[in-house]
Write a protein that binds this ligand. Structure first.
Ligand SMILES: Cc1cc2nc3c(=O)[nH]c(=O)nc-3n(C[C@H](O)[C@H](O)[C@H](O)COP(=O)(O)O)c2cc1C
Length: 254
């Protein structure tokens, strides 16, 4: 499969910064239900297999998921300090998660539509079936399995932005930051070393084995990419846009 130029460049930028964990952080914008911009940092987890789509994980209870259920569009911003390159992507958004009955569902835009450039796969929240279900399930399971143990545990924490009850210590929160966002082996080691009583240990093991009902995979399907290279003189700026299944390129002044 031949990937579009921007995707090859992005792989190169990631490769050049592979020693920097922070190179996998991008800024992700959504629109709130009252029309305001909302922004946060997320971790790039990989591309979906054989596609240009980008994967992140999140808690389905978070506000951004509500926003994407209402308007399944996102803007991503990524700056690679080392190679001095900026990428800005406009994307449609799909969410893969469990419904209340514990079934894997796909919500958002016409789900996974662009995931394989050689075909259109359709799904909706209520009907994630056949090939789409297979694809969604395999992405969902692989992303869960790819998390560190403390990252997995973070999906059993109280809902994001819910008021803290007295007795809910800071430890939970510091674990959450370590794990969910940074996904370091160190965080994973600490969590297993810190396992206290047997009961806590058993609970932790269950959490490892079972996909949390709050776990969600966010699939970003890019349809426009604005690339800026500050190393070159004059600076290089290329605009890429997806027309049907073909990526068009336009070189513009920065
Ligand atoms: C370095 C870093 C990485 C993060 N990675 C993620 C991530 O991959 N997924 C996620 O849901 N939140 C991540 N967060 C937390 C979000 O930025 C945000 O605070 C949280 O998801 C709640 O956002 P919301 O209220 O807009 O839904 C990260 C934060 C930081 C600082």
């Amino acid at each position: 499969m031949i990937y579009p130029e921007w995707r090859q460049q992005l792989s190169r930028s990631l490769h050049l910064s592979r020693s920097k964990p922070e190179a996998k952080y991008f800024q992700v914008a959504s629109i709130t239900t009252d029309g305001a911009p909302a922004l946060r940092t997320m971790v790039f987890r990989d591309h979906a297999p054989r596609s240009n789509s980008l994967l992140s994980v999140t808690d389905i209870r978070s506000e951004k998921c509500e926003q994407w259920k209402a308007l399944a569009e996102a803007a991503l911003h990524w700056y690679f300090v080392k190679s001095r390159e900026q990428y800005r992507l406009r994307c449609r958004v799909s969410l893969i998660h469990h419904n209340e009955a514990g079934r894997i569902v796909c919500s958002g835009h016409e789900l996974l539509q662009n995931i394989h450039q050689d075909g259109v796969i359709e799904a909706s929240e209520s009907a994630c079936a056949g090939e789409t279900l297979k694809l969604a399930s395999s992405i969902f399971k692989a992303r869960w399995e790819g998390l560190s143990s403390s990252a997995k545990a973070s999906f059993y924490c109280p809902a994001p932005k819910s008021a803290k009850l007295s007795g809910e210590g800071d430890k939970i929160n510091s674990d959450k930051i370590n794990s969910d966002e940074i996904n370091s082996d160190e965080a994973s080691k600490k969590s297993s070393e810190g396992a206290g009583t047997k009961r806590e240990g058993d609970q932790a093991q269950n959490e490892q084995d079972t996909i949390s009902p709050h776990f969600a995979v966010v699939v970003f399907h890019p349809f426009e990419v604005d690339y800026l290279d500050l190393k070159s003189r004059p600076h290089t700026r290329n605009l890429y846009s997806l027309e049907q299944t073909k990526w068009l390129k336009q070189s513009v002044n920065p």
